[in-house]
Write a protein that binds this ligand. Structure first.
Ligand code: F6P
Length: 349
């Protein structure tokens, strides 16, 4: 067969490991040819691609980012986008496409699948908020990076008796904040799923201070906000951006700085902010993510050769399974509250 592969959305450690698995499984097990489309759906729209021969995969396993490039291009927000996609696939004699991406990329795959395009999806996002899979590759690496950062922030916070707010990624879901916060022993973990009360946060920090704990790490997801009221309005004003991508997502960022300022104002404790940002997405994937990415890539090629299109490979109870796109896209996998209420709670404050 002749298979197309693409990576869309935010980059993520492990993307190259999936590409490698797709190319080598295709070549070595099935005798396939694999064509890599460049920059996600944009490369398909613009007919930009490169042949992915096995030799191209030699150094890919530990490499961060994606050698195919990526973009947040939405063919359904482009005039005659789906028509152009189909025309490129026909012109390139592509029998099936492996689309590696998160909710947006796989949402496009789902719609194209309904229009008759043969597609299999591979779930990707450091945010870990994609439904139907227990975990996505990239998440483990992001948590590891954030935890190492928190460990470093702790020693400087302790030396200066400061509060340090660490802003991590997580647009709608607090998975990174919760896991890195637990692993790093944070005093506060603030996530999008649980609007916070600024006064309560400050009161807990003050209580901690009275117990002789003069430094605190506050981990906050970029998408976290205060509960209703004046604080919410002020936080929104401080963090709002007018920049929107083709899928309608605003660019987030700024809650950490706002929070650090508010904490200092309300408690009098010297406070600082560190925004981890894209450091969490860069660099080499952990061993866990390399293995998961490889398993997903191999399983996607098996699905292609079984003709099981319109599906996404997923991790469930340790096994790689296939689920229909509809089970995964458009449904955000929110944080398991037990992580906060049961695991983190005894150690907070
Ligand atoms: O891919 C998910 C994510 O990392 C979010 O956590 C974050 O809000 C967003 O991407 C940032 O996207 P960009 O790199 O396009 O600014």
């Amino acid at each position: 067969m002749r298979i197309g592969v693409l990576t869309g959305g935010g980059d993520c450690p492990g993307l190259n490991a999936v590409i490698r698995a797709v190319v080598l499984t295709g070549a070595n097990r099935y005798g396939d040819e694999v064509l890599g489309f460049l920059d996600g759906w944009r490369g398909v729209l613009e007919d930009r691609a490169q042949e992915m021969v096995p030799e191209r995969c030699q150094d890919l396993l530990p490499l961060g980012g994606t050698v195919l490039g990526t973009s947040r291009t939405n063919p359904y927000a482009t005039p005659d986008g789906p028509g152009k996609v189909k025309a490129t696939l026909a012109a390139r004699s592509i029998d099936a496409v492996v689309a590696i991406g998160g909710d947006d990329t796989l949402g496009v795959a789902s719609k194209l699948g309904a229009e008759g395009v043969a597609l299999v999806g591979v779930p990707k996002t450091i945010d870990n908020d994609l439904s139907a899979t227990e975990v996505t590759f990239g998440f483990d690496t992001a948590v590891q990076i954030a935890t190492e950062a928190i460990d470093r922030l702790r020693t400087t916070a302790e030396s200066h008796h400061r509060v340090i707010v660490c802003e991590v990624m997580g647009r709608h879901a607090g998975w990174i904040a919760a896991e890195a916060g637990i692993a790093g022993g944070a005093a506060e973990i603030l996530v999008p799923e649980v609007p916070f009360d600024l006064k309560d946060v400050c009161e807990r920090l003050a209580r901690r201070h009275r117990r002789g704990r003069y430094s605190s790490i506050v981990v906050v997801s970029e998408g976290a906000l205060p509960a209703d009221g004046e604080d919410l309005e002020r936080a929104r004003a401080a963090t709002s951006s007018t920049s929107v991508d083709q899928f309608g997502h605003v660019r987030l960022g700024g809650i950490g700085a706002w929070l650090a300022e508010e904490i200092e104002r309300c408690t009098g404790y010297e406070s600082r902010v560190t925004i981890l940002g894209h450091i969490q997405r860069g660099g080499t994937p952990t061993a866990f993510d390399r293995v998961l990415a490889t398993r997903f890539g191999v399983a996607a090629m098996r699905a292609v050769h079984d003709g099981d299109f319109g599906t996404m490979v997923a991790l469930q109870a340790g096994e790689i399974v296939r689920v229909p796109f509809e089970a995964a896209v458009g449904i955000s996998k929110v944080l398991d509250r037990r992580l906060l209420d049961e695991v983190a709670a005894p150690f907070l404050g």
